[in-house]
Design a protein around this ligand. Structure first.
Ligand code: IVH
Length: 686
């Protein structure tokens, strides 16, 4: 017989883990660190391994359970999964409203629910007695495919419905049968990261978040799907037994109380004018969303009215999609130029005939890599479709083949570095071609100087791309350390550099020697080591020398450093040229150790957590962050109840709205500065 103890602990751990999953993935308000979460997960895995009889399919350890499938079985939808009619203008929206009024009669009191229309994939999740038993794609609306194993891997989809500890005390009982419908999607940031990962692995990148989500859901092996950062929003129910809803609004509240992620931006209105106002507002907010939305959906709230209005074909008369204007445009690809990056990666960019795309003139677009161009057969002179998602740089989706006239030229990717002529190389399994002339190729040196002087690194004002190119072409600078040997005479031939400006630049170079070690670590341009990792490394090792000699194991042991960054640091300092550079920088007088006497920093903001959003009048995001950190405060990316302050600049994102909802204090730049002792006071305090 099983002793009662593990049974009890397993149940307790599952509840805890489910609760933390819910907080993290649904509420966006984690209560514990990833490491603490991992400890709980480990304990549960160990217990389940020791007591296999306690293992159940809805344990949080069992999200990836099924072996790869050979095909997906068909699933008939008991209730068809509908589609939506479109409104492309406010006039269309008014026309829809008029028809509703005509059909229901003038006197009928109307209410509307307006929800963002997420651009992802509709799925249906079947719960029996509170357990997820089946998940299917929409398919043609009548019949979809059984992708249960893949949907189970999505952390924001509950495997078991919550018995509502967090919901209202009057939480409903779990219905006997509940089919939940909603959208599986990828956040823009997750999409970019996924594409970067796929591209680095030499795999096909997806053209947009929707395709990436679709591709991820179609994987035959659920363990691959589990590595894709898919998310879910619930917006409707299908078949139900044991529960009934009077309205869409009630449905959304109910789904939320059962633990489903429901879009926080859904609203209920009783005046149609307010609906129109909200649609307008959304059009403007579109660019700030964390995910791609292609419009808003307006639904009649009352279920009886919905039934009365009915469905024509696949489109319900009781709902309409108000579509945003397309963020795609078609223009001619004039030529392809390749850029050599800091680490030698060759990236192709399309030079386009200028075209308007959601309010900006686009002249260049990314082509990702050589395979991307080849796979899509993108030719010089082609008309191409370009797309912008969020604030990411536009990229080419593909050619408009039926606009070809015959003189388009297939593109052959260069075999040699356009800057130094070295034959390009490509590592097994990588998508990117590289110039292997590391440390010498002038294009790489220029890029490295640009990075070194940038604001997050050594912050040397007055040196930009043009100056870097000139220094490099004249042989005055062969690596970033040479910047410290520049003298006034070296600027002699530079246009626009009078005595005064030269003095300023030299002063800025001199000043940069005082930057803390972490900035130097950023400046060295080690792959996968950005500001956050550099801070962790500088704090842990305390000197450049110790960092240079750290082993992979030592690096991985640093909080915040993963295996990829650790391997990259080791690899970087394995190169003799980089070690020499480190010594040169030290010899030039840069700060190569964390100064412990200075480490007695201000602690004014200790224990306070800040979130930054929008553009501030004077401080860059990085400057504001390092200011807060230098006074002991913490900067995070997500607003939660634990956030002390949200600092807003111009055009703040959804973070401001979230702060207001949660009642978190909001500051502007001046307000932030007012929290901190003025620099003079600090000087004397040292
Ligand atoms: S309602 C009336 N609500 O849009 C029932 N759909 O064009 C139709 N979609 O297949 C679904 N967000 O994939 C509804 N808040 C939302 C939605 C939404 C995205 C998608 C869904 C559907 C398609 C219809």
């Amino acid at each position: 017989m099983t002793p009662p103890e593990p049974t009890h602990r397993v149940a307790e751990l599952r509840n805890l883990i489910n609760e933390h999953n819910y907080r993290y993935y649904v509420l966006d308000d984690p209560a514990i660190s990833d490491a603490e979460y991992d400890v709980l997960m480990r304990e549960l895995c160990d217990l389940e391994a020791a007591h296999p009889n306690l293992l159940t399919p809805d344990s949080p350890t069992q999200r990836v359970g099924a072996p790869p499938a050979s095909h997906f079985a068909k699933v008939r939808h008991e209730q068809p999964m509908l589609s939506l009619g479109n409104a492309f203008s406010e006039a269309d929206l008014y026309a829809w409203h008029e028809r509703v009024v005509r059909l229901l009669g003038n006197e009928a009191p109307l209410a509307f629910v307006v929800e963002p229309k997420i651009d992802g994939l509709a799925v249906a999740l079947m719960y029996r007695q509170g357990h997820l038993v089946q998940g299917a794609t929409r398919g043609d609306g009548e019949e979809g495919e059984d992708i249960t194993a893949n949907l189970r891997t999505i952390q924001s989809i509950p495997l078991t419905l919550r018995a509502a500890p967090l919901a209202a005390p009057s939480a409903p009982a779990i219905p006997e049968v509940l089919e939940v419908r909603g959208e599986v999607y990828l956040r823009l940031a997750d999409f970019d990261a996924l594409n970067a990962r796929l591209s680095a692995a030499g795999e096909r990148v997806a053209a947009n978040p929707r395709n990436a989500a679709a591709g991820s859901l179609r994987q035959k092996d659920p363990s691959i799907t589990s590595q894709r950062p898919l998310r879910f929003f619930a917006y409707a129910t299908g078949v139900t037994r044991g529960v009934q809803f009077r309205s869409q609004w009630e449905t959304l509240q109910f789904l939320r109380s059962l633990g489903f992620p429901v879009n926080q931006d859904a609203r209920r209105f009783e005046q149609f004018a307010e609906v129109v106002g909200f649609c307008r507002e959304w059009m403007a907010r579109r660019e700030q969303l964390a995910y791609e939305a292609d419009g808003v959906v307006v639904k009649i709230d009352d279920r009886y009215q919905q039934a009365e209005l009915g469905v024509v074909g696949r489109d319900p008369r009781w709902a309409i999609a108000y579509k945003f204007p397309a963020r795609e445009a078609v223009t001619r690809l004039v030529t392809i130029v390749v850029n050599v990056g800091r680490t030698g990666v060759i990236t192709p960019n399309a030079e386009l005939e200028p075209v308007e795309l959601s309010g900006v003139t686009v002249r260049n677009a990314s082509l990702h890599n050589a395979d991307y161009i080849a796979q899509r057969d993108i030719r010089l002179g082609d008309y191409v479709t370009i797309k912008r998602a969020g604030d990411v740089i536009p990229y080419v989706i593909g050619p408009v083949v039926n606009r070809r006239v015959g003189d388009e030229q297939p593109y052959s990717f260069p075999t040699h570095c356009p800057a130094c002529g070295t034959a390009l190389e490509r590592e097994e399994g990588e998508a990117a071609w590289r110039c292997p002339n590391f440390g010498i190729c002038p294009a790489q040196v220029v890029r490295r100087i640009e990075h070194f002087v940038s604001r997050t690194a050594l912050d040397i004002v007055g040196i930009g791309e043009r100056q870097a190119e000139l220094f490099v072409s004249k042989g005055m600078v062969t690596d970033v350390a040479d910047l410290y040997a520049l003298r006034a005479e070296d600027f002699a031939e530079m246009e626009g550099f009078g005595t005064r400006r030269v003095a300023n630049v030299l002063e800025a170079i001199e000043q940069s020697k005082q930057r803390p070690l972490e900035r130097l670590v950023v400046g060295m341009g080690i792959r996968y080591v950005g500001t956050v990792a550099a801070q962790a490394l500088a704090r842990h090792f305390g000197s450049l020398e110790r960092l240079m000699d750290a082993s992979k194991e030592e690096l991985e042991a640093v909080d915040g450093i993963g295996p990829v960054a650790a391997a990259s640091v080791v690899d970087f300092f394995r190169h003799e040229a980089n070690r020499t550079l480190a010594h040169k920088l030290k010899a030039a007088g840069l700060t190569v150790a964390t100064d412990t006497t200075h480490a007695a920093r201000s602690t004014t903001l200790e224990g306070q957590t800040f979130v930054l959003t929008g553009t501030m009048p004077n401080l860059s995001r990085e400057q504001a962050a390092s200011l807060i950190q230098s006074h002991g405060g913490k900067v995070t990316g997500t607003v939660s109840k634990k956030t002390s302050f949200v600092v807003v600049g111009e055009s703040p994102g959804s973070k401001l709205a979230r702060a207001q909802t949660l009642g978190v204090a909001v500051l502007d730049e001046a307000g932030l500065l007012a929290l901190i002792p003025p620099p003079e006071a600090e000087e004397t305090g040292k």
